[in-house]
Design a protein around this ligand. Structure first.
Ligand SMILES: Nc1ncnc2c1ncn2[C@@H]1O[C@H](COP(=O)(O)OP(=O)(O)OP(=O)(O)O)[C@@H](O)[C@H]1O
Length: 564
């Protein structure tokens, strides 16, 4: 917020968006001209790529949410959630207090200490159903307390389970929470420890890639571990390599899949199926996410009982994003993206002394390049992606969570779930892997009913993505003036970025867009665009790519590529 309390930069963008809207209404459905004179045309829908397992995947509201318990659904048939037209309120909070439910007084004490006065909408909607013993598929907007919603009843399940006998060398794990990324697993475990403040005998352990397996094995052996939070890949490592671990999983009473739609998509499917096979059929299962695409409704029966409840806290037609988060998109040729990003950031920083920005890039190596460039431009920037050691990622994540006046450049390892308070702006550079990822990335701002801003920066040939988010309140903003000094500064900064970073970014960029069917179907065009990206990094000729890498991408002998 600038000193006078206005967000003049954001205001400027909103005014530009309004002006554009009125002008474009005149020429609706024809082409729009971005400021570089390129004609951009509307295109159709697209399909995004399937993402890899944890760590390998680089792609690495507040209107009245509708709490509507849909009648028990047969998991296979898609049941449209019931909705009523209710006046949207601006709160993610309900009026219901936690002590109106049969929860442990010690949990209630911890909740009070955490400063939670009333339940959030999703907590109020799901707790009674879960306490009745039902399986639940819950959909609620980002930043509205889904983690506490599944942890509270999970703690109740532990309290109801018979304490393990002291001499039991493989005491049962009662609750298993699966998260798609390491930061999210650590965060859920931290939230669990907050709720367990007065339950000293209940232990939470975390198993995630990037840490030493033996360290985790010792910790689980020596400390209470009634609740285990895990990323899929590492959990399977323990099932396969930690003696007695599979036995401990036979005690699971509650299985939680956080960011369930992501865990159920093809990238994780095999791991999730193995994990489900490793826990008892006789259990309760909770699937939570801010997005539940139709496909997930069809496939959720692999985890949920047929008589599960689908609880949809997102009012139909209000869209899956928050009203208080303004969403803009900008179309500019690739050669302007870095300067545009720089101008956007300087504008935002000038208007928001407590700025806290997350910039999402398409891959780890592009993230690395952008972070390097912004560092050269003397911005206070950090980076998180899968090419950084876990200790570094954890340290930076903790630092960013506690800081203001800071910029985080990141891949999709930070797209979902991570709860960084008071993020003022989310910038998404280039094509999000799909609609859900766009929504989750945007959901890093506007949490707990707060305001926020999202800007999606696309090249003209990426504009077709907008068809997949046309139901969301995203408006086109014309481009801010990019003064020649800024261009020169960015070009100078690019000149100081190491060549190996540019080579890696170019190769990763090509790999990512090769996975975008609509763009990759014409490989010659794909390579032309990649070489446009290469020039935007200030390279006169595109970097050479190892022949074996091109073979894996199935791009051997495509004109415009250089091999080494
Ligand atoms: N009843 C409550 N009152 C106030 N704050 C709460 C309450 N429950 C949870 N919170 C806080 O709200 C914030 C967002 O919660 P959480 O991260 O679980 O959101 P989420 O719905 O899981 O978001 P995402 O979809 O991004 O994963 C956290 O800081 C959490 O501690």
């Amino acid at each position: 917020m600038s000193p006078d309390g206005s967000k003049s930069g954001r205001k400027r963008r909103e005014i530009r968006a309004k002006l554009l809207k009125t002008s474009s209404l005149r020429g609706k459905f024809t082409s729009d001209e971005d400021d570089s004179g390129n004609l951009v045309r509307d295109n159709n829908n697209r399909k995004g790529p399937k993402r890899g397992r944890e760590g390998q995947s680089d792609h690495d509201d507040d209107d009245e949410p509708m709490i509507k318990k849909v009648a028990s659904t047969k998991a296979v048939e898609a049941v449209k959630p019931m909705t009523e037209n209710v006046k949207p309120s601006d709160s993610y909070l309900s009026k219901t207090r936690f002590d109106q439910f049969p929860l442990s007084p010690l949990s209630l004490k911890a909740i009070k200490d955490a400063g939670f006065k009333t339940m959030t909408v999703v907590q109020e909607a799901t707790l009674p159903i879960i306490l009745k013993g039902k399986d639940v598929l819950a959909k609620a907007k980002t930043g509205t307390g889904k983690t506490v919603a599944f942890l509270l009843p999970s703690i109740e399940a532990v309290l109801k389970s018979p304490p393990a006998s002291r001499d039991n060398r493989q005491p049962p794990i009662t609750v298993l929470v699966v998260c798609p990324t390491r930061e999210l697993a650590c965060q859920a475990a931290a939230e669990a420890n907050t709720l367990l403040k007065y339950h000293p005998s209940i232990g939470v352990q975390v198993v995630i890639g990037g840490t030493k397996l033996p360290t985790e094995q010792r910790r689980m052996q020596k400390n209470p571990c009634q609740i285990l939070v895990a990323t899929p890949g590492r959990l399977i490592d323990h099932i396969d390599n930690t003696s007695g671990f599979a036995t401990r999983l036979k005690g699971v009473k509650v299985l939680v899949l956080d960011e369930a739609d992501h865990l159920l998509d093809m990238g994780f499917r095999r791991d999730i199926e193995r994990i489900i096979a490793a826990v008892p059929k006789q259990r309760q299962t909770f699937l939570f996410s801010a997005t539940v695409p139709e496909g997930v409704r069809q496939i959720c029966h692999i985890a949920l009982k047929h008589d599960h409840e689908f609880i949809n806290c997102v009012q139909e037609g209000s869209g899956e994003t928050h009203q208080k988060v303004t969403q803009m998109y900008m179309i500019a040729s690739l050669d302007r993206h870095f300067s545009l990003l720089y101008v956007l950031l300087k504008e935002h920083i000038a208007d928001n002394v407590d700025y806290k920005v997350i910039i999402f890039c398409t891959t780890a190596m592009v993230t690395c390049l952008v972070a390097d460039l912004l560092g050269q431009l003397s911005l206070n920037v950090r980076e998180i992606h899968s090419r950084k050691p876990q200790s570094y990622r954890t340290r930076v994540s903790d630092e960013f969570r506690k800081s203001k006046s800071i910029i985080l450049v990141t891949s999709d390892v930070s797209a979902r779930g991570v709860d960084y308070p008071d993020v003022s702006l989310v910038v998404q550079m280039g094509l999000p892997s799909d609609r859900e990822q766009y929504i989750h990335r945007l959901g890093r701002t506007g949490r707990k009913g707060k305001e926020g801003e999202g800007v999606l920066l696309l090249a003209p040939w990426e504009e077709y993505f907008l068809a997949s988010v046309k139901d969301l309140p995203i408006t086109k903003s014309s481009l801010p003036l990019i003064n020649p000094e800024a261009v020169k500064k960015v070009q100078k900064g690019l000149g100081q970025v190491e060549m190996k970073n540019k080579e890696a970014a170019y190769q990763a960029w090509l790999g990512y867009y090769k996975s975008q069917k609509k763009i990759a179907k014409d490989t010659t065009r794909l390579v032309e665009l990649a070489n446009e990206f290469s020039r935007s990094m200030g390279l006169a000729i595109p970097p050479a790519i190892p022949r074996n890498v091109l073979a894996k991408m199935r791009l051997i002998n495509v004109p415009g590529l250089r091999t080494k």
